[in-house]
Design a protein around this ligand. Sequence first.
Ligand SMILES: Nc1nc2c(ncn2[C@@H]2O[C@H](COP(=O)(O)OP(=O)(O)O)[C@@H](O)[C@H]2O)c(=O)[nH]1
Ligand SMILES: [Mg+2]
Length: 278
Amino acid sequence: MNDPQDQFGDESRKPASASTPFADLGRIVVIIPTYNESGNVERIVGRVRSALPEVHVLIADDNSPDGTGQLADQLAAGDDHVNVMHRLGKEGLGAAYLAGFTWALEMGYDVVIEMDADGSHQPEQLHFLLEALRDADLVLGSRWVQGGSVVNWPKSREFLSRGGNWYTRVALGMPLRDATGGFRAFRASTLRALDLDGVGSAGYIFQVDLAYRTVQAGLRVVEVPIEFIEREVGTSKMDSSIVSESLWLVTVWGVRDRMRRISRHRMEKSKAKRDQGW
Ligand SMILES: Nc1nc2c(ncn2[C@@H]2O[C@H](COP(=O)(O)OP(=O)(O)O)[C@@H](O)[C@H]2O)c(=O)[nH]1
Ligand SMILES: [Mg+2]
């Protein structure tokens, strides 16, 4: 990719016109990470562009062997709202997003959206996220709040996702029902407020880590129901090692943060005793 400052012509640097429904939120970019999504990339970009013509798209491709990056270049050549980041090789979803976030912040976007390429997240539901972002710092598209749903998932996968989210909620003491999902909208100010160094890079833990950091920073996190549709084209890049890494790290963080709270509580108690002259 060229110098980020050269990516947009003057036209796309202008704020969205006041007549667009989300002009008040500022400039919006949807980041779509891709690895071997040649059967999906064109369709998903087209759907985003039709659903919300004012938003920009960044495809963050990890040098997919199936030519997704070249297809993305063709899309970008014909549309000044579409950009492509070519990365050297497969480094995981989180690393691709972090590079995309850095780019988006440098480019001065006000809202940064995460969305999968495979159609599981519906561009036609993006407006739910954006509407909620008016009163939030981070909005999570949620399968597991009332009104949320999944389509074409076997019971076993639903059980794993619900169970993983239940465990995450309890272990971290975080009141979110779908912390592993990847359809979300951040204010740029939220990303700037988080220390993104050391965020986990494999799929699910990356999402949990970001949500947890946002909650811990005292920012407003809101969940809105979405309908998640299992992909029809291509294959999932997540596997059981990514699930077990996530569960392990959630356990480590949960224990670490409880121990910190206990030792803080003890210190406060002994200070109170000293102050009372005991
Ligand atoms: N750039 C990049 N994208 C990835 C990587 N792994 C997954 N993705 C993309 O992340 C999104 C979600 O991945 P997917 O395999 O559908 O995960 P699942 O929905 O949890 O089964 C898709 O758009 C993938 O192409 C990666 O290592 N690098
Ligand atoms: Mg998927």
